[in-house]
Design a protein around this ligand. Structure first.
Ligand SMILES: [Zn+2]
Length: 356
């Protein structure tokens, strides 16, 4: 299942294609622009353009183009913020497995994904794995492309100076067969040592006409319809030039639904419901989603406390506040990598004891 096409950015694409043809494309680039304008999608397009073996690159039909569009090209290495791995010093294989899984998830969603949650980052083990990969020859073609999405989320870590320095050196002098593309919507938050080593390419807002074509793409429309009913014109207005914004609602909506399910199960006190709601939290792979659910739960219970206060129900407000404590405790378990299902099942029982 290929990812959804890149919409808009026609002029920028032309300019980038010209510099590739002229051999003047800088080896280390920073695509900077507002969140949701498609910077990482543009980086993937650029990867396709660089690796295409057809006569009119990117042709979209050669093996290389198809692999990029399926997010399976062995010479395209895409990293982005991820939840911290349980092992504080993971080996490179663990990092690769984690990204393989995350990338497969994005491919399964046709490349339509919500922005990372606040707790996700690009950790030093990821940087190490990039540096190591850059030293290896391409597997398929004659180039390799590294994409580092939301690059401002690279987490400087104590005792990791060697990895950081190796990465700076890589940015400054990539191997001749390597292109490195960073993307950022908060370039001010990037380390100055990184900024000074990349050529900045500004990515503008997408014109409404292209946003409209995006929201009318059947795959996109299906995803957006699952989230909330709206007309194409309304969506174009909400996107305001950044179609990716339309996708952030989906995670929020799903997390809220999961959170409500947990509260309903807790207040029903029916063991079967508790079991089902806990199972619905998925396994280890769903950690990011579970973290979002817990966030939504805190919000939901906060609302409940406020409503109770409004109607002078102090006991109700106190029990909702106590329930929030239980969620906060669950969040600590979640960050220490206990299975979401186990945490959810304990949490629902705790909620059940406080909310009734
Ligand atoms: Zn091609």
């Amino acid at each position: 299942m290929p990812i959804v096409d890149l919409y808009g950015h026609g002029q920028l694409r032309e300019r980038l294609a010209e510099s590739i043809s002229a051999g003047t494309l800088p080896a280390s680039l920073l695509l900077q622009g507002p969140r949701g304008v498609g910077k990482q999608r543009l980086a993937l397009w650029l990867a396709q353009r660089l690796l295409c073996t057809g006569t009119k690159p990117p042709c979209g039909s050669c093996t290389s183009c198809r692999y990029v569009a399926d997010l399976t090209h062995p010479d395209v290495h895409w990293v982005f913020p991820r939840p911290r791995l349980k092992d504080s010093d993971p080996d490179l294989e663990q990092v690769r497995d984690d990204y393989a899984e995350a990338t497969a998830e994005r491919a399964a969603a046709n490349g339509l994904y919500a922005p990372p949650s606040g707790s996700e980052g690009i950790y030093v083990a990821t940087v190490r794995s990039l540096v190591q990969r850059a030293a290896i020859a391409p597997a398929m073609g004659n180039r390799k492309v590294f994409i580092i999405g939301d690059a401002e989320r690279m987490v400087p870590q104590e005792g990791a100076d060697m990895a950081a320095n190796a990465f700076l050196k890589l940015l400054e002098e990539p191997p001749a067969d390597t292109t490195i593309i960073l993307t950022s919507s908060e370039p001010g938050a990037l380390l100055p040592t990184i900024r000074s080593r990349v050529a900045v390419v500004r990515v503008p807002l997408v014109q409404d006409k292209a946003v409209r074509a995006f929201v009318e793409n059947p795959t996109v429309k299906k995803v957006l319809d699952n989230n909330a009913k709206a007309t194409a014109a309304e969506r174009v207005r909400v996107a305001a030039g950044a179609p990716g914004r339309l996708l952030s609602g989906e995670t929020d909506a799903r997390a809220t639904i999961n959170a409500r399910r947990m509260v309903d199960a807790a207040t029903s006190a029916r063991p079967a419901m508790i079991h089902t709601a806990a199972l619905a939290q998925g396994s280890m792979g769903a950690r990011g989603t579970f973290a979002d659910t817990l966030d939504a739960l805190v919000e939901l219970l906060g609302e409940r406390a406020r409503d109770a206060l409004h109607s002078n129900d102090t006991a109700g407000a106190a029990s909702a506040a106590k329930a929030v404590d239980a969620v906060l405790q669950a969040q600590t378990y979640a960050s220490s990598n206990v299975s979401p299902q186990l945490i959810a099942s304990k949490l629902i029982r705790d909620l059940s004891a406080t909310l009734r």
